[in-house]
Write a protein that binds this ligand. Structure first.
Ligand code: HEC
Length: 127
């Protein structure tokens, strides 16, 4: 009967703890060494208000495909700041955008890059 001092039990516990931690961190990726998954970050944190394709959700948030949010009007750094600090809403039908202070630099970069990708895709003639 293994006890908690048994090394096999301890490594089992460590594995279990890692599994739980990874599950808990599934939204942001597992641990700092894993590269963030841009599409998953966007789907889990942004799509509810901005839509899976960033084309907006009526009563939640604007389409990010509008000219006002393209890189010429809203540079990457400003987009990242909006995500990190949140955004006040200009319309009664939208609640303010929450801040995402838990995103690290790699995650911020990944989400910003993904928004740009969705904007590029939407600009393609046959999409
Ligand atoms: C609870 C809904 C909600 C969520 C979740 C949300 N947003 Fe927003 N977002 C908004 C609203 C509302 C605005 C403000 C629109 C306005 O009135 O100008 C906004 C504004 C923005 C802007 C424009 C910022 C600016 O300076 O004009 C960007 C870019 C943006 N969101 C990206 C994102 C990204 C990327 C995520 C995920 C990390 C996200 N949003 C999550 C609701 C949301």
């Amino acid at each position: 009967m293994p006890t908690s001092r048994d090394p096999r039990t301890r490594s089992g516990l460590a594995l279990w703890a890692t599994a739980v931690l990874c599950t808990a961190m599934a939204v942001t990726g597992c641990g700092p060494d894993e590269p963030p998954d841009p599409a998953a970050l966007f789907a889990n944190n942004c799509a509810a208000c901005h839509g899976q394709a960033a084309d907006g959700v009526d009563d939640r948030g604007p389409s990010l495909l509008e000219a006002a949010y393209l890189i010429e009007a809203l540079p990457d750094e400003a987009l990242a700041t909006a995500i990190r600090e949140g955004v006040a809403s200009s319309q009664d039908r939208w609640a303010p955008m929450p801040a995402f202070p838990r995103f690290d630099d790699a995650e911020l970069e990944a989400v910003v890059g993904y928004v740009r990708e969705l904007q590029r895709r939407a600009a393609l003639p046959d999409s």
